[in-house]
Design a protein around this ligand. Sequence first.
Ligand code: WTA
Length: 635
Amino acid sequence: MTNEQGLREIISPSPEVLESAIINNRAVLANMADQDLERFWEEQAKEFVWFEPWKKVLDESQKPFYKWFVGGSTNIVYNCLDRHVLSWRRNKLALIWEGENGDQRTFSFHALNREVCMFANVLRSMGVRKGDRVTIYMGRIPELPIAMLACAKIGAVHSVVYGGFSVEALHGRIEDSQSNVVITCDGSFMNGKVVELKKIVDEALKRCATVEHVIVVKRTGQPVTMEAGRDYWYSDLMGLPVARTANGASRCETEEMDSEDPLFLLYTSGTTGKPKAILHTHGGYMVGVATTLKWVFDLKEEDRYWCSADPGWITGHSYIVYGPLLLGATSFMYEGAPSYPYPNRWWSLIEKFGINVFYTAPTAIRGLMRFGEAWPNRHDLSSLRLLGTVGEPINPEAWRWYYDVIGKGRCPIMDTWWQTETGMFMITPMPETPLKPGSATKPFPGVEADVYDENGNPVETGEEGYLVLKRPWPAMLRTIYKDPDRYVSQYWKRFPGVYFTGDSARKDKDGYFWIIGRVDDVIKVSGYRLGTAEIESALVSHPAVAEAAAIGLPHEIKGNAIHAYVILRAGYEPSEALIEELRNHVGHEMGPIAKPEKITIVPQLPKTRSGKIMRRVLKARAQGLPEGDLSTLEE
Ligand code: WTA
């Protein structure tokens, strides 16, 4: 059941919400942006420190390679740390962290800046320079944002690989980005177990030769192999004189960056087996992320904000690390699993730290919902003021539970639609927006979204079609790293001149958008974005597999689950043991999240005459649905 069928109510903001909201004139802002997009974003950009002002807000001359704040120079880290340290916020808490085992650490802006400066000095002493790529592969510990910020501070380009990925996924991303340095930790705690991250790094590095140095943070203390001359403990390096200036200060000059200089690469799944590195920049990304976070989550100086995502995904980049720091906010980060040791862990953290704004994913809500209301009801959740969700459409049951049981019917839910590529919220409510449960509501001011049919014409109101974005926005991806052609063909070719999101959606008579899901070969599993082709290539890398096809099928908690069909090579016999081995193989190569729910061994796969696997046919068959047009199906 979709929400459109499920809950027809409209939830209007309460007088308290309206009264305290930073933005209560959304329509006026949207109007201003419509009339003069450049002026609108220029006003927002003035909130930040620029070393050199921009000469032009938006350069469209080489579209779709748009440029923002052209000629301006800044550094996002200067705006995240340096300027706060020079202000009264110096001693304000920037980051509160709790480990799964109960460890706690807090960082004021001063303390966070000190760590970042020292680590930036360490990286410089290792020869990391402006423009160099650094791969970061860590658990959810404070050193992860510290490493990201240290890279950005000296102009290096970070590429964070999600700690739930495994050997081949990591290897592919290190190699593609040509990183010389990898920053990792010995392990991290997740669900009461240790994830052996350093061991995975060691295995990945056996497959690639570019990496000169590995920096290892000690988190769990389990034994790891340290290769002499290549691997260094983070804590040892931070104790060396190189971590400080010549006179022993824990300071480091922040590199001046052109507005359009790269800030980070983030790999995401697309339609081919090779993950693509989405490239974001210092200037526009900074302006887009901070403005959206402030207006949508209504972050106030005194708030405590918690985004439960992993920093290894775009949500973590934009709304755990950069966004909150840009706003000088206090944010909370938790290392482990939501239900460890009991399903009240998250709720206990909200109570313990007095969280005001909480942002999570529908899959997590569904996962915790099944344990019942008694767990959250044991805790005082009255500090909450605003809730958020992201990653996939939220179903009516989960919406209701989140709203009633967690928010006690007081907290509006910001259902934010956006992507790795967009960098910032694109279709989203603001606290003042009347909510329709399950709809991400309306485009952010300055964003123009529409729903197109196959031929690029807007569909009728209420019809399903392809979601497109018609105007550039500052936090947009600039390209796919090393593959500008793929950038153009993937996003700007299908409907010339407009950005194709890969999603299908519907727009209702009030102009509210209802996201339906991906229309390409991307599967959203528990909100994580995975490519069918990547899973298939992991399967085919096993000696028993000749061919493989992966599809997503609906799953109660995960949203979608991966189902795979494989053809065995001659000489291999189907067996339960082999199926289990194949599942584990995908887990080993890609990571536990990519492990297929079910693998079926088949004699053949439905293909077009040109040999392309017809995944939609597999999907329809598995669900007992009509198979649709089969005219291209090979006999
Ligand atoms: C989906 C995550 C419905 C969508 C920030 C999009 C959503 C993909 C929502 C991007 C939402 C994200 N409602 N679907 N509020 N937010 N999606 O790159 O399919 O990991 O294209 O970025 O997630 O996933 P990504």
